[in-house]
Design a protein around this ligand. Structure first.
Ligand code: SF4
Ligand code: SF4
Length: 202
């Protein structure tokens, strides 16, 4: 009586002479190996040679400055909350008088760190940021020997004042259109005359 329908008939076919002496199979294998000598090599000799990347590639982060060079980040923590890898930590501080050119808002990040070993480059921090302060760039995280050096602080994250990083290709037309709305205070240019006006004694 048949108990299951999973029974398989195993082949009992006898090997041919050429299969038994193995030689044809060895020659066939050698021909395949030999044919690869004339094919295009798929190996990329990084870092001398670099692979082309997508225009919206998500690489290492940048903390942007505004048009006047002031840091945009206001240490609101939205990026850290959005981060699924818990890679972002920061401490906030209050902007002092005379620091308006350094920090755009009254509060700023005195320390800001991203652990690049934890980061999965999902881009959620960029999406969560209400100040357009953090963006992912097309730059790669450099290889290091020590784990601690993968924790990037402000020295590595904030863009250099004379080496601005173009992030416009990471912004969709809808976002660019949204930023033009006049009610968005944080998009306006840093206007020093307004601050001077506030400082005047009444
Ligand atoms: S890219 Fe994703 S994982 Fe990396 S810091 Fe931003 S939110 Fe976290
Ligand atoms: S980068 Fe953006 S979301 Fe993160 S703390 Fe700064 S302002 Fe807030």
């Amino acid at each position: 009586m048949q108990l299951t329908n999973r029974r398989k008939v195993v082949s009992d076919k006898h090997q041919t002479l050429s299969e038994r002496i193995y030689f044809p199979a060895v020659v066939k294998g050698m021909l395949i190996t030999f044919s690869h000598l004339f094919k295009k090599r798929p190996t990329i000799m990084y870092p001398e040679e670099q692979r082309e990347i997508a225009p919206v590639y998500r690489g290492r982060h940048v903390l942007k400055r505004d048009e006047n060079g002031a840091e945009r980040c206001t240490a609101c923590g939205m990026c850290a909350v959005a981060c699924p890898a818990e890679a972002i930590t920061m401490e906030s501080a209050e902007r002092k008088r005379g620091e308006e050119g350094l920090y755009r808002e009254e509060k700023y990040a005195s320390t800001y760190e991203i652990n690049m070993l934890r980061c999965i480059f999902c881009g959620l921090c960029e999406e969560a940021c209400p100040k357009e302060a953090i963006f992912l760039t097309d730059r790669l995280v450099e290889s290091e020997y020590e784990r601690e050096t993968f924790v990037y602080g402000k020295d590595k994250l904030v863009e250099k004042i004379d080496q601005r990083i173009d992030v416009t290709k990471r912004q969709t037309p809808e976002v660019i259109e949204f930023k033009k709305r006049p009610g968005l205070k944080h998009n306006s240019l840093f206007d020093k005359t307004q601050i001077d006006r506030h400082r005047k004694p009444h």
